[in-house]
Design a protein around this ligand. Structure first.
Ligand code: NIG
Ligand code: FE
Length: 423
């Protein structure tokens, strides 16, 4: 006799499975649209794992026992937990003061060049204690969880010296251990040259490669990222550094084509990067080159709340990227400078409004493709037997309403590994 289910969601108006596409690479082109939606469906779990998904007509009632928790989700949508694949979770202070300067017309790069921007958060982060940074990270994780985020990537990058960068990565890991949202850390020491290395980016990268990379274990910190941009690092500097990280066994990521079309995305795709992030200035031709260089494996992580918050006209042409065969994911880019919002639903909505994604494409971009962008596709991003029971109950009857209720949080209940989270 098969074991009774420990948790059963039944009578869902729709189950957004995200299943049915290729399993060996991220979704692209029509795959982003053609994943399976089950009307009047169920999801069954055993412990931390999903064991069955299907229409109610196929539910095995023999596996409902006295200990089964049955959650009737009539009139509601079920979907996999959101995967937030690009955040700068751990930082000190905030930049509300600079927001005023920005509203008066100063640009992001001008504020950075004047010693503000990333560097002002570096000063506040270095001055903060471990306990303060951990408390702040836990506070933000709780906010993400309320929006239905169940897995989250967290970058370092506000230490910019060896000791503080290692401290931020340790705090990100601790934050992951102290609450239910799974945290995947990324080393972004190469955010901008540290203040002690002003005007010497190559020497700064040399220091990171010699002193920090050897101190990191890719099993604990799987990814290395770099900001390739004017005022940060050039394409050639980024290439050399990412190559060294690759040789040490790290997966690669890049912040590129955020403010200029320098060619960083293509370079990173040639090195096998898992993701190229921002891409507001990546052209459709550039997107086709990225798709070709990576054989469709590199995911473009689009961050629509960043141009919104930076008052920028230009948004990544997501529609054209999809037509060029590039897999896309969406994220907030949560950080104190270019996006202080944790609302991944708002990012999804703005992606539909300003980047031309359809609701189905945008949903794939915050779940399965986001999981691919951080190497977590085997455990999350879809509702399929064998995956972790990260399940959202949404207070809408149809997924088409998700991009429509602008700014709202549609999440009624969050389950992580089969455990319901506090509201
Ligand atoms: O992803 N673009 C570079 N880094 C962050 C912003 C960091 C900051 O302004 O503090 C980003 O947008
Ligand atoms: Fe970022």
């Amino acid at each position: 006799m098969a074991q009774p289910y420990s948790l059963l969601f039944c009578h869902a108006a729709q189950v957004l499975t995200l299943a049915g596409g290729p399993t060996d690479r991220p979704l692209r082109g029509v795959d982003l649209t053609e994943w399976q939606v089950i009307e009047h469906g169920y999801v069954a779990c055993l412990g931390e794992t999903i064991v069955a998904v299907g229409p109610m007509s196929e539910l095995d009632a023999g596996r409902i026992g006295p200990a089964t928790r049955v959650v009737d989700v009539s009139g509601r949508v079920l979907m996999p937990g959101l995967v937030e694949c690009h955040t700068h979770l751990v930082f000190g202070g905030n930049r509300a003061d600079e927001f005023q300067r920005k509203l008066q017309g100063e640009s992001y790069l001008d504020i950075l060049a004047s010693g503000g921007g990333i560097l002002s958060t570096v000063r506040r982060t270095r001055a903060a204690s471990d306990d303060e940074l951990l408390a702040s990270a836990l506070h933000h994780l709780e906010g993400f969880r309320r929006y239905g985020v169940t897995t989250l990537e967290a970058k370092s990058g506000y230490g910019l010296d060896a000791a503080t960068e290692l401290r931020l990565l340790r705090i990100a890991r601790q934050a992951g251990e102290q609450q239910a949202v799974r945290v995947v850390p990324t080393f972004l020491g190469a955010h901008v040259p540290g203040p002690e290395y002003k005007g010497r980016p190559a020497e700064y990268l040399q220091m990171l490669a010699a002193e920090v990379l050897p101190a990191l274990n890719p099993a604990e910190v799987p990814f290395v990222d770099i900001f390739c941009e004017e005022g940060a690092f050039s394409v050639e500097e980024s290439r050399g550094y990412l190559q060294r990280a690759h040789e040490r066994g790290f997966g690669l990521k890049i912040h590129a084509e955020q403010l200029h079309d320098l060619g960083g995305c293509r370079m990173a795709a040639e090195l096998g990067a898992l993701s190229v992030d921002h891409c507001d200035y990546l052209t459709p031709e550039g997107a086709a080159a990225v798709a070709q260089a990576s054989g469709g494996r590199t995911v473009a992580v689009l961050l629509p709340l960043v141009p919104l918050f930076l008052r920028q006209e230009k948004y990544a042409p997501g529609r054209a990227f999809i037509e060029a065969g590039l897999p896309v994911a969406l994220s907030t880019d949560f950080n104190p400078g270019s996006c202080p919002s944790k609302n991944l639903w708002l990012a999804l909505q703005v992606a539909c409004l300003k980047m031309g994604l359809t609701p189905r494409e945008a949903l794939a971009a915050v779940t399965l493709n986001a999981a691919w962008a951080i190497g977590q596709q085997a455990t999350c991003g879809s509702l399929e037997p064998g995956k972790r029971a990260d399940v959202l109950v949404l207070q809408v009857p149809d997924y088409c309403q998700l991009p429509y209720w602008l700014g709202e949080n549609p999440v009624a209940q969050v389950f992580i590994g089969g455990a319901e989270q506090p509201a």
